[in-house]
Design a protein around this ligand. Structure first.
Ligand SMILES: [Fe+2]
Length: 395
């Protein structure tokens, strides 16, 4: 594909401040937006850990009142969104602050748009969510994980509890207005969550580069993100207090977020969102386990790009043909999964009798349309069949 002759759409995201301690600027940012009362949407564990206080303090110092909605203790559901909208209206807050991982930030995005739109959040499912009202409550995001890219992306993944299904929603109205990306806020993230969210970022960078909507910008940022994440993720997992590793993960994750904001994800996310809803497993865990299987499926395609992935992932490709190097991308991802002690898909609960249902649901997922090659239900069934015998083999 010669990208030079194509037209490109770039969604580079909101204004971003990045670096240690930038969270302290939140009061000034809120004031410059003309806001008076902030509703912090967060996870109860961040309340207990004192992180919510760290954000409330600089808001209050600038005369901004603070309310807290600390209900997001699992991946977000439609119930959190509608309870959050009711709470926002009760408090009269004129600013939302999404503080946490992708769950809290996605929840805050949807509360902001649903407070100005009628109906149920499921009415807006899809990659081009059609919110009729162009008003929304302004949103500042502060990620406490390095993974989802939710701090900048105009996307949200919300579980529809009536179907046990993770829906994707995409709209410019879901895009935050300002992101404060502060690696200091990620220091206390436990090992397992660091590993899972980091794999989400790694996969998102690769998926955006493989997507049909890839651009020269997503290719450049994505390759840098793959390199910096694969170098730093094991260090951030083993030595959580390593500020340099945490900073590199924050910037890698931010770049991966820009990549998917502009180019989308592919079949890895179609399956991860579907299977995460069925097996109630964390998003990043599912993404990590599925990634090598989709890379393997794509091996007959753009081998040059897969060979570049292998190199960026730290594989020694000296003396390898493009074909051999492309195969090393799969084995390198499997090595990283083993190093970070990911379980296998059968341990998560994948069963042969679930395959037909998962395939049909994944086929209808918004990310499937951006896969570099068309995927049929039979293709998904074949990939899922391979997962049943997953031994993390190299090819
Ligand atoms: Fe993701």
């Amino acid at each position: 594909m010669n990208l030079a002759y194509m037209k490109h759409f770039l969604a580079l995201g909101p204004q971003v401040e990045y670096g240690p301690d930038v969270h302290e600027h939140i009061g000034q940012v809120a004031k410059s937006m003309g806001c008076h009362k902030a509703l912090i949407v967060t996870d109860p564990n961040l309340m207990k850990a004192g992180i919510v206080d760290k954000i409330a303090r600089p808001l209050k110092a600038e005369g901004i009142d603070v309310e807290i909605f600390a209900e997001v203790n699992t991946e977000p559901t439609d119930l959190y969104i509608h309870n959050g909208v009711d709470f926002l209206k009760q408090t009269g807050a004129d600013l939302l602050v999404g503080l946490g991982g992708g769950s809290a930030m996605d929840c805050a995005k949807c509360i902001g748009v649903m407070s100005e739109n009628q109906g149920h959040i499921r009415d807006y499912e899809g990659s081009d969510s059609n919110f009729p009202n162009d008003k929304k409550v302004p949103l500042i995001t502060l990620p406490t994980t390095s993974g989802s890219g939710a701090e900048i992306a105009g996307w949200a993944v919300i579980t529809d509890t009536s179907r046990s299904y993770k829906m994707s929603l995409g709209s410019p109205y879901l895009e935050p207005d300002y992101a404060l990306v502060d690696p200091v806020l990620t220091i206390d993230l436990p090992r397992q969550q660091t590993a899972y969210s980091g794999f989400d970022a790694l996969s998102q960078a690769m998926e955006g580069m493989l997507s049909r909507r890839r651009t020269p910008v997503s290719l450049a940022l994505g390759m840098y993100a793959v390199r910096i994440i694969s170098e730093n993720l094991p260090k951030a997992v083993k030595y959580g207090w390593d500020v340099e590793a945490r900073s590199n993960m924050s910037i890698g994750s931010l770049m991966a977020g820009i990549v998917i904001n502009t180019s989308g994800c592919i079949a890895v996310h179609s399956l991860a969102e579907t299977m995460g809803g069925i097996y109630h497993a964390p998003h990043g865990l599912m993404v990590g386990l599925i990634l090598p299987h989709i890379l393997k499926f794509l091996l007959p395609g753009d081998q040059e790009l897969l060979a570049q992935f292998a190199k960026a992932l730290g594989a020694n490709t000296t003396g390898c043909s493009v074909y051999e190097a492309a195969h090393l991308s799969v084995s390198r991802v499997n090595q990283l999964l083993a190093e970070l002690e990911f379980p296998t898909l059968t341990e998560i609960g994948l069963k042969e009798q679930d395959i037909a249902n998962i395939s049909q649901l994944a086929l209808g997922n918004a990310c499937t349309a951006d896969n570099p090659c068309d995927m049929t239900g039979e293709d998904f069934e074949a990939v899922l069949g391979n997962m049943l015998t997953d031994t993390r083999s190299s090819t």
